[in-house]
Every structure is written in C-alpha cells, then in structure tokens.
Design a protein around this ligand. Structure first.
Ligand SMILES: [Zn+2]
Length: 213
C-alpha cells in the first residue's frame, strides 16, 4: 500500500490532514543528498493565473529549501522529462469523487510516486492569504504541509502552529515554518547556515512574496 497524507475540508472552517500510516514511528525514508526536480504538470482551469500556480509550488518548496543543506530543489521546465516531485491538479474522479479531499502527497521511499502531490481541481484555490475560507482554500499552506510529507515528515501534534500539525484553521495566517518544523527537517537534511540563507533570500527576493494575487 502506498502511504500518503490527505487533506480534507471540515465543517468548522478548518482543514484536516490524515496520514494512512499505522503506528507512531517517524517515517523511515528520506531523499538522498542532491537535487530534487519538480514540475507542475496539469494546471487548474480556474481563474488562478498559470504563473501564480507555478509560483505557489516554487514558494512552498522554498519554505523548506531555505532551511536545509543537503537538498536542492530545481524546477524542471521540459514537459515530459522525468522529475522527482510530480505536482498536478487532478479532477474529482482522481480522488474517488470525494469532494471533501483537497490534496494528497506521497512519502519518499515508495518508487516513482514518492514525493508526488495531487491537488483536487474541484476546489477554487487562492494564493492570497487574506481570502482564506472553505470556498477559496489557500494553496500555499496546503502545499507546504503536503511537501513536508513528500520530504518524509509525519504529523507533529506537539505545536498547533507547526505547519505539520494535523489541522489548519482557515483565516489564520500560516505561511512559514514553526521552529519545530525547522528542527525536524534539519534533522533529516542538515541545517542551512545563516550566510547561505541570506544569499538565497536576496537571490530570490522577487519570488519571496506571499500574497501574489
Ligand atoms: Zn499531513
């Protein structure tokens, strides 16, 4: 069986995240040191501009990238070229027609599907943090959470403000990693030094904005 985390809507204006893993151990697999390629394959046909969809994926991966040393994410622009993280908007049928499902992502160490993230195109996603509600769920925090699984993290119930907490109250801005998330990802992939982070920040500052609608 393939292991993943799936995000669902809930009645209390929050999102719930569910892992289909038994037991409480940490996930045993990580990615080997080196490059991780990614590409957004199927775009949504909603009003969300294609440029913003690509940016949401890049910004979400960068939240992790800025903290770790052993992995380097690279956007693959060639359609059809093999990549590690295949990201795609998928029709409702992909999610067994379960309208409540927002997205799911696969843990590493499971062959080709590892790291892939599928987003339910049935939802009217937004990239603007001020518009968070169930009718327009926020794409970036959901992607940061799901990519945490793609990298091998399981849920963290010790800090409600961590991105890997198993629920997320809409309207509450949750756009960066909690110290718990940082400590956990650095345990797997090493810590990026302050000077590396400053270089990254200035190199990428045009793309650092969170509200890019
Ligand atoms: Zn999850």
């Amino acid at each position: 069986m393939e292991h993943f985390c799936e995000s669902h809507s809930s009645e209390s204006n929050s999102l719930k995240f569910t892992e289909n893993i038994e037991g409480i151990d940490e996930w045993p697999h990580s990615w080997p040191e080196g490059e991780i390629s990614y590409r957004l394959n199927n775009k949504t046909k909603d009003v969300l501009k294609e440029r913003l969809q690509h940016k949401a994926v890049t910004v979400s991966l960068r939240a992790w990238q800025l903290r770790i040393r052993k992995l380097k994410f690279r956007r693959e622009r060639t359609p059809g070229a093999s990549v590690d993280f295949n990201v795609s908007f998928e029709p409702l049928s992909h999610f067994d027609n379960m309208k409540g499902v927002l997205a799911h992502a696969y843990f590493p160490g499971q062959g080709d599907i590892s790291g892939d993230c599928h987003i339910n195109d049935e939802w009217n996603w937004t990239t603007h943090s001020a518009l968070q509600k169930l009718s327009t769920p926020p794409l970036v925090p959901v992607l940061i959470h799901e990519f945490g699984h793609s990298l091998g993290l399981r849920h963290d119930t010790t800090a409600m403000d961590s991105i890997m907490y198993p629920s997320f109250d809409l309207g509450k801005k949750k756009n960066s990693l909690h110290p718990r998330d940082v400590a956990r990802i650095q345990e797997r992939y090493g810590a990026r030094t302050i000077s590396q982070r400053i270089i990254d920040y200035f190199r990428n500052r045009r793309d650092m904005g969170w509200d890019f609608d």
